[in-house]
Design a protein around this ligand. Structure first.
Ligand code: ATP
Length: 366
């Protein structure tokens, strides 16, 4: 029986459990044995009890749960060959040579590197007497497939990452709570949201809550942004608006790439516009809680497709990840997507914001 392992890696996101559940159950459905790797790549490197068989009932009730129940970690050892050598040995000891990884671009790059190196790792294990030539032959190739789990929606070549809609929902809910009190006291609130280099959460939260002004990394405001923001907010106030909401992505900056801090925005609103202004940093509530319906659906459909893909992969096919494009679940080349994802950060650093917006997709361009 083929043994397929599933793991979560990098930052947690709601829906990761749904994808583990789907992979485990689809693997069993397809006549395979399912394994979970606990604590991300740390589990692969340490092996032992951190790689365990998972049965159908082990993932019961996981669909709605937030975070990742099999744990996640950042693992330095796996970024170096000796760590990956240990990981290969642990996998072969358990009879596993197919792996589904749910994580961000770092985790998926690591998986692709591991796959590429696999034959040479096995060679070394044989030379060290850690595995037999028989085992080398049986486990000749490593099949990997990626699922993108991230609240940031920062990955290229897919419309949504597993977790981003749960997080967006939570942000909107929090802004609604703040709205009520802001309205009551006619206050202004500067709300910092997560997303790292990506402004998707801030942009969509701004649209979904009717914010007065947003700051995102891909489109820094003009040099006279202070005047622009104050003009717009004064206009809104003159039109009778009793509250002001400014959303700042954590990775936002100005044209000189100086961080736009919520404090700076607050000072401006209080000194220039004389608004009673407060800052709210939403923090980790944005990652927590149950997965929304969309993430339950996405993680399930993509988990099923990941098992199909891992079973059909051949040594010649480049590594794939499971995407959703225009509502269809598709397999896309992994490395191209990782490259485009990283290109956005590079474009921002190089101040090529047009390119950054183009790479992010149509919702940013509009
Ligand atoms: P997030 O987007 O949430 O940060 P991520 O998957 O990009 O998720 P990283 O911290 O970059 O998060 O990567 C998670 C783990 O994947 C790392 O701790 C490391 O073990 C492994 N990893 C990352 N990059 C590589 C790489 N280039 N080669 C091998 N392993 C890697």
């Amino acid at each position: 029986k083929k043994r397929i392992a599933v793991m979560t890696s990098g930052g947690d996101s709601p829906g990761m459990n749904g994808s583990v559940r789907a992979v485990v159950r689809m693997a069993i459905d397809q006549g395979c044995e399912a394994y979970c790797v606990y604590e991300g790549y740390e589990g692969l490197v340490q092996g032992g009890d951190l790689i365990r068989q998972a049965h159908w009932e082990d993932v019961r009730g996981w669909l709605s749960e937030g975070g990742t129940l099999i744990g996640t970690a950042r693992c330095k050892a796996f970024t170096e060959r000796p760590g990956r050598l240990k990981a290969a040995k642990n996998m072969i000891d358990k009879g596993i040579n197919a792996l589904v990884i749910c994580g961000g671009d770092g985790s998926l790059t690591g998986a692709d590197t591991f796959r590429g190196e696999w034959p040479s790792l096995l060679e070394e294990l044989v030379k060290n007497g850690d595995i037999s030539t028989e085992q080398q032959k049986t486990f000749q190739y490593l099949n990997i497939v990626g699922l993108v789990g991230s609240i940031d929606n920062d990955f290229a070549d897919t419309d949504a990452t597993i977790g981003c809609y749960s997080s967006l929902g939570r942000i909107c809910e929090a802004v609604d709570y703040i709205d009520a009190t802001a309205f009551s006291h006619q206050r202004a609130f500067v709300i910092e949201v997560m997303g790292r280099h990506c402004g998707w959460l801030a942009l969509m939260a701004g649209v979904s809550t009717g914010a007065d002004f947003i700051f995102i990394p891909e489109s820094p405001p003009d040099r006279d942004w202070e005047d622009q923001m104050c003009d717009i907010i004064s206009k809104h106030r003159k039109l009778g608006k009793r509250k002001t909401i400014v959303i700042v992505a954590e990775g936002a900056h100005d044209l000189d790439l100086t961080r736009i801090s919520p404090n700076k925005v607050k000072d401006l609103l209080s000194t220039r516009l004389k608004l009673d202004t407060r800052i709210t940093t939403l923090g980790h509530v944005q990652r927590g809680g149950n997965a929304c319906a969309y993430d339950r659906q996405l993680s399930t459909l993509q988990g099923v497709e990941a098992v199909n893909a891992v079973l059909e992969a051949t040594p010649e096919t480049p590594s794939k990840f499971i995407a959703i494009i225009e509502n269809k679940i598709v397999r896309n080349p992994l490395i191209e997507a990782v490259k485009s994802t990283q290109e956005v950060a590079e474009a921002i650093k190089a101040k090529d914001f047009k390119r950054a917006l183009d790479l992010r997709g149509p919702e940013f361009a509009e």
